[in-house]
Write a protein that binds this ligand. Structure first.
Ligand SMILES: Cc1cc2nc3c(=O)[nH]c(=O)nc-3n(C[C@H](O)[C@H](O)[C@H](O)COP(=O)(O)OP(=O)(O)OC[C@H]3O[C@@H](n4cnc5c(N)ncnc54)[C@H](O)[C@@H]3O)c2cc1C
Length: 518
């Protein structure tokens, strides 16, 4: 089966939906198709708590200060030109979202209520209570719904990008993208969606580590597809880990216990009750995210325990509930009464700083293929992302890609795109082997490619990964594709990129820490 569209967007988070709205409004005669692998709202965007960083208070704050804060967080590896462009464009993009109906918190005078987060020297985080991402997602979905020329297809899983590899035996230097093969997850059939331009807006990869603040859709599909299509991928060694995710004894998407709880006075303790963070940094629990995550990682590896604990028992519980109603409630649901019990926490993968390399117009190294948001590498984050800069990046680059389409609208191709051919392939009846391989993969990534790595461990991971890769390729060649098999294949590709790019980095910077280097 084949569908023809003008512009194909893969993903319905902040990046994909912002682009869909802009292209839909600017090109009423063109068809925009957005495919998304779960319910249309499911995305990292939906779970963003803090907000979006942008300079609105020009009395206290300045673009220069936001630029400097971003460069400091990125530890020397940001692209200054990109940082300047993104920071300066931030307020325009936020104003646009507000025009589209986003409700951000305001003070009694009607001015935006600006929050402050770790690494920011000023108050500049625009937010909607502690559920900013959900508000952005709501606004964008409502806007898309009114656009007749935008088709939003939930439960449609993009499998692979269509490039010359699919219809030519010749070795092509200058590759182009002609759309994507997409699995209709309800019918089980694979559709070839032919498009003049394709944008990857497929978000992050937290599930590669099993324990993550990301939802289950975050399996790095876009980066894996781009890698297989031979696009340039960079900085995959820089994975940001959030130090304190609730540990419930299981692996999977887990609840974030915000930094603000440590800011409120909570202590980190090991099972013996020791306040260990003071051994790692004089700021104790209030050291930067990567230092706290590393302190916890050392503690867990030394003790062999599964988690450390956040102790809030000495705090004013009434005030705590007032500040953190959601955290309080979630702990109660997990049988943790924070007035008496310590909260078990572990570091969890949170954000992918690297991705598909794009220029300042969102173009990848493959013609007619763009990437936007968390799956892209723009040069903004360098070795570590500054809090609340990622939604900002998604909004700014969606606009850049839209402007690029206005400047030179991609033209229709005459190339004959072949249909997906899985005739004669068997249906995989049991998912046991996929589950087993997925959990083996996640466990090896936690053990060898987590917060603290060693060269020896990464080399060991590389060997173990090859075994999983070979086993999974056999499944892929033998059976009809399904979502779980495709995600496993993608997560193996992502793990390969993280491990190889970690081995190729010879100095510790930002969020990357290899003990063997020091
Ligand atoms: C708990 C949490 C809190 C956060 N807090 C903040 C914050 O306060 N401020 C901030 O700036 N950032 C925050 N972030 C990061 C931020 O939310 C993300 O980086 C950002 O939302 C990414 O947007 P995106 O559109 O690129 O990707 P996403 O919002 O993740 O959207 C990706 C979309 O692609 C779809 N998709 C993926 N693979 C496929 C496929 N194969 N086929 C079809 N569809 C696919 C997904 O289903 C989803 O719809 C937070 C993240 C988390 C997890």
């Amino acid at each position: 089966m084949m569908i023809k569209t003008n512009f194909l967007i893969i993903g319905s988070g902040a990046a994909g939906l912002t682009l869909a709205v802009k292209l839909g409004e600017a090109f009423p005669k063109k068809r925009i198709t957005v495919v998304t692998k779960a319910h249309q709202a499911e995305s990292n965007t939906k779970y963003a708590q803090g907000g979006v960083a942008a300079v609105f208070n020009l009395k206290e704050d300045s673009f220069q200060k936001h630029i400097e804060d971003t460069l400091i967080a990125g530890d020397g590896l940001c692209d200054r030109e990109v940082v300047e462009m993104v920071v300066r464009d931030g307020p325009n993009r936020l104003k646009e979202l507000i025009e589209w109906g986003a409700n951000f918190d305001v003070d009694p005078g009607g001015n935006l209520n600006l929050g402050r987060e770790g690494g920011h020297s000023e108050y500049r985080v625009i937010h909607h209570k502690d559920s900013t991402g959900n508000e952005i997602e709501r606004t964008l979905l409502a806007r898309v719904e009114h656009l007749q020329n935008v088709s939003l297809l939930p439960h449609h899983f993009a499998i692979d990008l269509i490039t010359e590899h699919h219809f030519s035996d010749k070795k092509i230097e200058n590759l182009s993208c002609y759309g994507a093969y997409v699995l209709d997850q309800v019918s089980g059939s694979v559709i070839a969606i032919k498009a003049e331009s394709t944008t990857l807006a497929s978000g992050g990869m937290g599930m590669v580590y099993g324990h993550t603040t990301n939802p289950v859709v975050a399996t790095g599909d876009g980066v894996a597809m781009a890698y297989r299509a031979k696009a340039r991928i960079r900085n995959m060694e820089f994975i940001q880990f959030h130090p304190t995710a609730l540990y419930d004894g299981k692996y999977g998407a887990s609840f974030l216990i915000s930094e603000a709880v440590r800011g409120f006075g909570a202590f980190l303790r090991n099972r013996k009750g020791e306040r260990f963070m003071l051994d790692y940094d004089e700021r104790g629990e209030l050291a930067s995210r990567d230092i706290v995550a590393r302190g916890i990682d050392f503690e867990l590896k030394n003790s062999g325990e599964d988690s450390v604990f956040l102790d809030c028992t000495h705090l004013n519980i009434v005030e705590f509930i007032d500040h953190f109603p959601n955290i309080y409630k979630t702990c109660i649901v997990n049988n943790i009464d924070i007035s008496k019990d310590w909260i078990p926490v572990v570091p969890a993968s949170h954000y992918m700083c690297g991705g598909v390399v794009v220029d300042t117009e969102g173009k990848t190294s493959i013609n007619n293929l763009y990437a936007c948001g968390e799956c892209s590498y723009t040069g903004l984050h360098g070795a570590n992302r500054l809090a609340s800069n990622s939604l900002l990046e998604a909004l700014v680059y969606a606009d850049r890609i839209y402007l690029n389409h206005c400047k030179k609208t991609p033209s229709r191709t005459t190339k004959l795109v072949p249909n997906w051919d899985d005739c004669g392939m068997e249906i995989l009846k049991s998912s046991k082997v996929i589950q087993k391989n997925t959990s083996e993969l996640q466990s090896l990534m936690r053990k060898y490619a987590g917060v603290v790595r060693t060269t020896e461990g990464l080399q060991e991971a590389s060997i173990l990964l090859e075994k999983l890769y070979n086993e999974t390729e056999v499944l892929y060649q033998t059976y009809k594709l399904n979502t779980a098999l495709s995600e496993l294949r993608n997560m193996i590709n992502i793990s390969y990129l993280i491990i190889e790019q970690s081995l190729n980095r010879h100095e510790n910077r930002g969020g990357f820490y290899n003990e063997s280097i020091n």
